[in-house]
Design a protein around this ligand. Structure first.
Ligand SMILES: *Cc1c(COP(=O)(O)O)cnc(C)c1O
Length: 354
């Protein structure tokens, strides 16, 4: 029996994708070799790479102006690669939580950074709005979903400068207009596949314009020109992404899954708001459908609640070590049924304690 996995990352994967991977581990496509043992330049892997790329393009309606590459090093490597490739004089960043703060820190190692808006004053419980974007910066960096604080950007700004976005924890969860961004990056392990691969969608003519002598491995142009096989890519991670995206397509694509995600979020947040034992931590309008942060009004009961959920087969709801409380991550592959189980546990807890 699989658990109700509310883990924040690595997150739950569709069971069908895991089962197909299980088969591919021993004998991939009847080659008599496991997928971890085949050449990354073989026609079998080439087909995987093309299919994965095609699915990304199809599911997100990536325009012809943009291309898709698969890198390693996680979203954290992108915190550094973005300024290495795009920061010439200065860059604007929005400080929305732990992840964007890390992106800021890394960019400061490369050049001048202006933080044009922040929600630090209220412990990152809301998304900054109403800021103006300076015209004299190389780009604006924004994080679409702050995984640790449970807030999401609902409307992306109209920007006079190129926008670069960290979509690690909500990519493929809702439709986005890719043409509004010069670059989007996402560590795969939240909503797209396993760790080890990082998705980058970038505007083709924006790559390679840095005018610097960069190590080839950190230059987007290298990976763009070599179709993600400049060096050995994480073959198995890309395969699991492909299976996961096939599953997503079978669920009606991004539009289809958004409906389910919204049902899950509504069900969960309604319970948080109506149950006298609990409270949500994020500003209501900015709440993330992917990561729901909540507290017991009496933290002395935390352990007891955790035990009750454990008995119901729920795992991964402890809040991030930096903020405490609880967090229910409801990524694409988490079934509505799991949210029902959690909501019932919350109701039961309130009944027991009443
Ligand atoms: C998890 C996460 C990261 C870090 O990802 P790694 O792949 O572990 O480097 C960065 N940004 C966001 C929004 C995340 O959720």
């Amino acid at each position: 029996m699989r658990k109700h996995n509310f883990g924040a990352g690595p997150g739950i994967l569709p069971e069908s994708a895991v089962r197909k991977t299980q088969e591919a581990l021993l004998d991939f496509n009847g080659t008599g070799m496991g997928v971890m043992e085949i050449s990354h330049r073989s026609k079998d892997f080439d087909a995987v790479l093309s299919k994965a790329k095609l699915l990304v393009k199809e599911l997100l309606h990536v325009p012809d102006s943009h291309d898709v590459i698969f890198l390693q090093g996680g979203a954290s490597q992108q915190f550094a690669m973005v300024p290495m490739n795009f920061l010439k004089t200065k860059a604007a960043y929005i400080e929305q939580g732990t992840w964007s703060s890390k992106a800021i820190k890394e960019a400061k190692n490369i050049g001048e950074v202006v933080v044009i808006a922040s929600s630090k004053d209220k412990n990152f419980s809301y998304q900054p709005t109403g800021y103006s974007i300076p015209k004299d910066v190389d780009y604006l960096h924004i994080c679409s979903n702050e995984t640790i604080h449970g807030t999401q950007v609902k409307n992306f700004p109209d920007s006079p400068v190129p926008v670069i976005c960290d979509m690690s924890s909500d990519i493929f969860s809702r439709p986005v207009d890719i043409s509004k961004f010069d670059l989007i990056y996402a560590g795969a392990q939240k909503n797209m596949g396993p760790a080890g691969v990082t998705l980058v969608i970038l505007k083709k003519d924006a790559a390679g314009k840095h005018g610097k002598k960069l190590p080839a491995i950190f230059d987007y142009k290298t990976h763009l020109d070599n179709n993600s096989v400049y060096n050995t890519p994480p073959v198995i991670s890309i395969l699991v992404c492909m299976y996961t995206l096939e599953w997503l397509k079978s669920m009606g694509g991004v539009d289809g899954i958004q409906k389910v995600n919204s049902q899950k979020a509504t069900l969960f947040y309604n319970e948080v708001d109506s149950n006298p034992m609990f409270t949500g931590t994020a500003e209501k309008n900015d709440r993330s459908p992917m990561n729901a942060c909540f507290l017991l009004k009496d933290p002395a009961l935390d352990e007891e609640f955790l035990n009750l959920t454990k008995k119901a087969g729920i795992v991964g709801i402890k809040g991030h070590r930096s903020v405490g409380g609880f967090r229910a991550s409801m990524y694409n592959a988490l079934p509505l049924e799991s949210v029902k189980v959690l909501v019932n546990a919350m109701k039961e807890f309130a009944n027991v304690k009443a």
